[in-house]
Design a protein around this ligand. Structure first.
Ligand SMILES: Nc1ncnc2c1ncn2[C@@H]1O[C@H](COP(=O)(O)OP(=O)(O)OP(=O)(O)O)[C@@H](O)[C@H]1O
Ligand SMILES: [Mg+2]
Length: 227
């Protein structure tokens, strides 16, 4: 499978006087078709890492190649275009609109893309199908469980066909049983070809991935193979 993401000695510091070193010389290569789970405690640099990979932020030092193109010093405009075309985000807090149906929530992904509403509706239906909510397009988020809401957010992230799904603590607001079902969903999406990178504070979820990494005090390392 071809290389999608390559971080080379990426560091990210915050502040000038006494900089907080949120990431320290992290290197990581992700190929298409991988399901990577990164686990680490609060404050270890997980969101910082995900924001960099998702082109929401730029590194202080080091380089980032996306499909071989150096994107570490891109201007915001170009970064935003690349982000819109290539990255699907899922966050802990779902970020779906209560006053809109599930289908409309997923269609929001196409709001600025110039996609016709017919095509957008069709894409949204397919994405809802993929997350097991094909029958719930007309439901409102208030009629759904937490796990189902997160599935709507996952469908929205998937609908435009991103190259990678980036998920920041996607099960942080869910009970443990529901969290497992969301990780099962990631696993099945990955089996169908999606490239997925999930960060979580829960190390027990690491084995769901095709690959596990840990992050501690801004240092990323490959997790030991399970015995
Ligand atoms: N915008 C910012 N300005 C200053 N410091 C920041 C900023 N964002 C993050 N940090 C610091 O960088 C470190 C890493 O933060 P980050 O948000 O990446 O951690 P995290 O692993 O995602 O934690 P959590 O599990 O609590 O979400 C922390 O020490 C945090 O306080
Ligand atoms: Mg975080």
């Amino acid at each position: 499978m071809s290389e999608l993401i390559r971080l080379e000695s990426i560091s990210r510091s915050y502040g000038d006087a006494v900089p907080i070193r949120a990431l320290r010389e992290c290197s990581l290569t992700v190929h298409e078709g991988e399901f990577v789970v990164v686990s680490g405690p609060s404050g270890s640099g997980k969101s910082t890492l995900l924001n960099l990979i998702g082109l929401l932020d730029t590194p202080t030092t080091g380089s980032y190649l996306f499909r071989g193109e150096d994107v570490s010093r891109l201007r915001e405009r170009r970064r935003a275009m690349l982000r819109g075309a290539e990255i699907g985000f899922v966050f802990q807090s779902f970020q779906i609109l209560e006053q809109r149906s599930c289908l409309e929530n997923v269609m929001l992904a196409d709001l600025y893309s110039g996609t016709s509403s017919g095509a957008s509706r069709e894409r949204a239906r397919r994405a809802l199908d993929a997350v097991g909510l094909g029958e719930r397009g007309e439901s409102f988020p208030t009629e759904l469980s937490g796990g189902q809401r997160q599935r709507v957010a996952i469908a929205r992230a998937l609908s435009a066909g991103p190259s990678i799904l980036l998920c920041d603590e996607p099960t942080g607001n869910l009970d443990s049983g529901t969290a497992l079902s969301v990780f099962e969903l990631f696993r099945s999406l990955n089996a169908d070809g999606a490239t997925v990178l999930v960060i979580t504070h829960d190390p027990s979820l690491m084995h769901y991935g095709t690959r596990g990494l840990t992050i501690l005090d801004g240092v990323l390392s490959e997790a030991a193979e399970p015995a």
